[in-house]
Design a protein around this ligand. Structure first.
Ligand SMILES: N[C@@H](CCC(=O)N[C@@H](CS)C(=O)NCC(=O)O)C(=O)O
Length: 224
C-alpha cells in the first residue's frame, strides 16, 4: 500500500485539505509536524532547499520519493490515483478546477489571512484590514452558499475534490473567526454537515499535530 507523509500543522487549513483527503480515501499516512509559529523551519534554507522552495505547507511525500505541494495539486493527484472524489470527464474537471481556484483566491484566500491576523499575528492587525477582509469573506461565501442551494455538493449530487478544498477552512471553530459562517449561510451549514458524514471525515485538530497551540501534540501525543 502506498505510504504518504504530510508536512503540516494543526492550524493550517491549506494542509487540512490534504489531511482530510488522505483520510477520506483511506490512505496510509503520517503527519510531519512543521513548527510554523515557533522555530518556523519553513522560512529557512534547509526547508526551502529540500522540502518546498515556496516555504509552505502542505507538502505530501509519496513512498519516500515523489513530492507534491499546493493543495490543489495534491487533491488532483490523490483523486486521479485512487478514483475517489474524482471529477469525471472534461466538463467536471474544469468545473472542479474553477471552484478550487475560486476557493484558493476568494474564500480561503481571505478566510486564512483573516483568521491568522485575528488569532496569531504580532503586532495585532489594524481594524481596517480586518474590516476589508471580512467584507470580501461575506461576499465570497454568499457565492458559495448560492451554489449550494442548488445541489448537495459543489459539482452536483456527488462529493469531489472541489468540496474537500472549499470546506476545509470552514471546519475550524467559529470562535477563531469571531463570526459564525453556519448561521449566516444555511446552505453552507447543511453542506458541511453532509461532508462530516463522509467515511473518514475528522476534525483538523484530530488529524494534524500542533493543537493546543504551541505544542507538537496530536490527540495528546507528541509528533516530530
Ligand atoms: N495555495 C497554497 C497555500 C499554502 C499556504 O499558504 N500555506 C501556508 C500555511 S496555512 C503557508 O505555508 N504559508 C507560508 C508563507 O506564506 O510564507 C495551497 O493551497 O497549498
Amino acid at each position: 500500500m502506498t505510504e504518504y507523509q504530510l508536512y503540516c500543522f494543526a492550524q493550517s487549513g491549506n494542509a487540512y485539505r490534504a489531511a482530510l483527503m488522505l483520510n477520506l480515501i483511506g490512505a496510509k499516512w503520517k503527519p510531519v509536524w512543521v513548527d510554523f509559529f515557533g522555530a518556523a523551519p519553513q522560512r529557512g534554507a534547509e526547508y526551502r532547499g529540500n522540502v518546498n522552495e515556496m516555504g509552505e505547507v502542505p507538502v505530501v511525500v509519496i513512498d519516500g520519493q515523489k513530492k507534491l505541494t499546493q493543495s490543489a495539486v495534491i487533491l488532483t493527484y490523490l483523486a486521479k490515483h485512487t478514483g475517489k472524489y474524482l471529477p469525471k470527464g472534461e466538463d467536471e474537471e474544469l468545473e472542479a478546477l474553477r471552484w478550487i481556484v475560486f476557493d484558493n483566491q476568494k474564500t480561503n484566500g481571505f478566510l486564512g489571512p483573516y483568521r491568522f491576523l485575528k488569532n496569531w499575528a504580532k503586532p495585532a492587525p489594524d481594524g481596517a484590514v480586518l474590516k476589508f477582509l471580512k467584507g470580501r469573506i461575506d461576499g465570497n461565501l454568499a457565492v458559495v452558499n448560492k451554489r449550494l442551494e442548488k445541489a448537495p455538493f459543489i459539482l452536483g449530487a456527488r462529493p469531489t475534490i472541489a468540496d474537500v478544498s472549499m470546506s476545509a477552512y470552514l471546519f475550524y471553530p467559529a470562535e477563531e473567526y469571531g463570526f459564525d459562517v453556519r448561521k449566516d449561510h444555511p446552505a453552507i451549514a447543511a453542506w458541511l454537515d453532509r461532508i462530516k458524514q463522509l467515511p473518514g471525515w475528522a476534525h483538523p485538530y484530530d488529524l494534524m499535530p500542533g493543537h493546543p497551540f504551541g505544542t507538537n501534540l496530536l490527540n495528546g501525543k507528541p509528533v516530530s
